[in-house]
Design a protein around this ligand. Structure first.
Ligand SMILES: NC(=O)c1ccc[n+]([C@@H]2O[C@H](COP(=O)([O-])OP(=O)(O)OC[C@H]3O[C@@H](n4cnc5c(N)ncnc54)[C@H](OP(=O)(O)O)[C@@H]3O)[C@@H](O)[C@H]2O)c1
Length: 181
């Protein structure tokens, strides 16, 4: 993919006032480095999968040093969607924390993402669940709970296998994610 030309076009959009900010999605540290090497305007944001089962510590640290905000997508593991997994919503560690705090597992996930200082996009078409998902601002996770979440084994929920093709730019998921998998 020609990141340089696409990014120049996006920079032009911002200069023309057609957009307030420009950003990227699903960029690894390596792809960000390639982009930053020629970018005149750095990306404001990198929207990536982020939840307790895919915490992306390396990417988060990298983005922090470059002043790029992370937006977490699939913060609940996209449970119930064609691209998602049940892993997050069935995680025992999260269940135990949720029970002990009298919160839902979804709220524990969202609060964890929020406490990481990143923005997040969670999706629900259900009024009660939307209400539930907003109820994360008047309580916090203890350091012990955060520590337990930090120890959850890591698995990327969305490996993007549908973007892999023998004749395409990415021949395997390791290439697509630059080894961050
Ligand atoms: N940039 C990208 O490549 C990328 C990739 C994936 C997703 N995204 C975006 O990220 C946003 C959210 O991610 P997502 O939809 O993949 O995953 P998500 O927000 O982690 O999960 C959404 C699923 O969880 C359910 N849900 C929501 N709140 C719940 C709760 N409190 N308890 C139980 N289930 C709950 C929803 O069902 P109900 O609707 O029935 O509540 C839906 O099936 C979307 O806007 C999406 O477009 C971006």
């Amino acid at each position: 993919m020609d990141f340089k030309s696409v990014w120049e076009g996006m920079e032009e959009c911002q200069k023309l006032g057609l957009t307030k900010s420009i950003g990227v999605s699903n960029f690894s540290c390596k792809k960000l480095e390639i982009l930053l090497a020629t970018a005149k305007i750095p990306p404001a944001v990198n929207q990536v999968e982020r939840n307790p089962l895919w915490q992306q510590k390396k990417l988060r640290e990298f983005c922090e040093t470059k002043g790029i905000v992370i937006t977490a997508y699939s913060p609940l593991g996209a449970n119930g969607t064609p691209w998602g997994t049940k892993g997050v919503m069935e995680c025992e560690v999260l269940k135990q924390i949720a029970d002990a705090k009298r919160k839902t597992l979804a709220q524990v996930c969202l609060r964890w993402v929020y406490e990481q200082g990143v923005s997040l996009v969670v999706k629900s078409f259900n009024k009660d669940r939307i209400q539930e998902n907003i109820g994360i601002f008047d309580w916090e996770l203890s350091p012990q709970e955060v520590d337990k979440i930090n120890q959850i084994p890591q698995n990327r929920g969305f490996p993007a296998i549908n973007f892999i093709a023998d004749e395409g730019p990415y021949k395997c998921v390791h290439e697509f994610w630059d080894g961050e998998i």
